[in-house]
Design a protein around this ligand. Structure first.
Ligand code: ZN
Length: 89
């Protein structure tokens, strides 16, 4: 049986593609400092390191442009994702 695509189905398909691209862009923004270091070690382009040799006090990875990190009350810096100490007691 022959499958037929009408104009509206084509538009639907296009919208799906746009949404998929948007999702990829968003997940790129959610890159962690560890991800960036891993990408770079594989020779893949990663966000630039922040100036001033800021690195995580726990895992030692260098922070990247556009990737979140936290400055704790005692002045140490850690990744926002995996290395954040639990503040609740
Ligand atoms: Zn870390």
């Amino acid at each position: 049986m022959k499958k037929e695509y009408g104009p509206s189905q084509g538009a639907e398909m296009m919208r799906g593609l746009v949404e998929a691209a948007e999702e990829m862009r968003l997940s790129e923004l959610a890159l962690t400092n560890q991800d960036a270091a891993l990408l770079e070690s594989m020779g893949v382009e990663a966000p630039a390191k922040v100036p001033g040799d800021f690195r995580c006090a726990r895992c030692g990875v260098q922070f990247r442009d556009g990737v979140w990190f936290l400055i704790l009350r005692d002045g140490t810096t850690v990744c926002k994702t995996d290395c954040t100490p639990r503040l609740a007691r």
